[in-house]
Design a protein around this ligand. Structure first.
Ligand code: SF4
Ligand code: SF4
Length: 82
């Protein structure tokens, strides 16, 4: 079950942004990011995982290489637009 996602500072860097509702938690972007910007995120309810996605945990390390965007087959990562 996909839950409602709460937008926060960890959903984008200065260069790329995450559409969490499109994220299927395949983790490809984590593997390809050279700067360890992205990591797994889990939403629990009563000790049960009800939603998985990624978050930009260390956005300050993002260089804008767009490798994550190219690796995502679900168009969940795009160029950041303020
Ligand atoms: S590659 Fe795309 S679908 Fe896969 S975890 Fe990253 S953002 Fe989510
Ligand atoms: S643009 Fe590059 S450095 Fe930034 S999160 Fe994506 S893969 Fe990592």
């Amino acid at each position: 079950m996909k839950s409602t996602f709460i937008q926060n500072d960890n959903t984008h860097t200065a260069f790329v942004q995450l559409n969490a509702s499109a994220c299927t938690a395949c983790w490809k972007c984590i593997e390809i990011c050279p700067n360890e910007v992205i990591d797994k995120s889990f939403l629990y309810v009563a000790n049960t995982v009800i939603h998985e996605q990624v978050l930009m945990y260390d956005a300050s390390k993002c260089t804008g290489c767009t490798k994550c965007m190219q690796a995502c087959k679900f168009d969940a990562i795009s160029i950041y637009k303020q």
